[in-house]
Design a protein around this ligand. Structure first.
Ligand code: URA
Length: 276
């Protein structure tokens, strides 16, 4: 008995080490039984008639234009992003984009938070567990630090900042996003920027900085200065790379650099002519 318990605890610890820290099902599947036949796909229409459901699902699938369904993933992402003409449409396009397995493991889409008209857009890496649960970016520990950092230079997400991430879905176990995932979602991020039309962009951490500055350098080389970045549809935008709040939580000595970056941001905003 005691041995079983120890083995179970060891297996649990191993899963946690691997990042399998979220249950995907309400109840654990019983894998000791013979596999059941595949259930019919769920029909989520309010007035769905009872009975066999597979034909309805097939009708929906065949309504997708064949050329679009067959296009490479990157092209499908680019087409979906470019077609979005509002933030709501972009959110819907990301939610509908099924080209990433992250959508299957995440609980909620994390699109954005804050004030899109503020003129300042911040872009982080990817949602963590708290963000995934609540569907809002930067609501966990690093989000709380970010809010305090913003407040220290007179900014808040209520009216002064609009916040999003490179990835809209949480990578399982908070692993670092892969290059392929970043490249796949980049068209959505660029379209997001083009729709918001911020006057300044702050890139939080190395993943975001490297993706948008198309740089190979690490964040310590990229941070602390403005980079001029061409964004399709709106022209050149100033982007400031800085350290990620999660890194600051692990490395308090780096807060000094982050503070210098925030002061640079504040000075630049204050010096910018107010939009007329
Ligand atoms: N870290 C990020 O980069 N984004 C979030 O939304 C939360 C934590």
């Amino acid at each position: 008995m005691e041995q079983d318990r120890a083995a179970l605890l060891a297996a649990l610890a191993l899963q946690s080490d691997w990042g399998a820290d979220e249950a995907l099902e309400e109840a654990p599947p019983d894998r000791s039984r013979a596999p059941a036949r595949d259930p019919a796909p769920l029909d989520l229409r309010d007035n769905a008639a009872p009975g066999p459901r597979a034909p309805a699902a097939r009708a929906v699938a065949s309504a997708v234009p064949a050329a679009h369904a067959a296009a490479p993933l990157a092209a499908r992402a680019a087409i979906g992003a470019a077609a979005a003409d509002s933030l709501a449409a972009l959110r819907d396009a990301i939610a509908a984009f099924d080209g990433s397995s992250l959508r299957e493991t995440a609980t909620n889409l994390v699109f954005a938070d804050g004030a899109p008209e503020a003129g300042l857009m911040m872009i982080g890496e990817a949602p963590g567990a708290d963000e995934d649960r609540l569907g809002r970016p930067f609501v966990g520990q690093s989000g709380q630090l970010l809010d305090r950092m913003l407040a220290s230079v007179g900014l808040s997400r209520e009216d002064g900042v609009y916040i999003t991430n490179i990835l809209p879905w949480r990578p399982p176990g908070n692993r670092t996003p892969t290059d392929a995932e970043i490249a796949l979602f980049l068209p959505f991020v660029l379209r997001h920027i083009a729709l918001v039309r911020p006057r300044h962009v702050v890139l939080l951490g190395g993943v975001s900085a490297k993706a948008l500055l198309r740089a190979k350098d690490g964040i310590t080389r990229l941070r602390g200065r403005w980079h001029q970045v061409e964004v399709e549809g709106i022209g050149t935008l100033p982007m400031l790379a800085t350290l990620h709040p999660a890194y600051l939580l692990r490395t308090p000595a780096a807060k000094r650099d982050a503070w210098a970056d925030l002061l640079l941001l504040r000075r630049t905003i204050d010096a910018a002519p107010s939009p007329g």
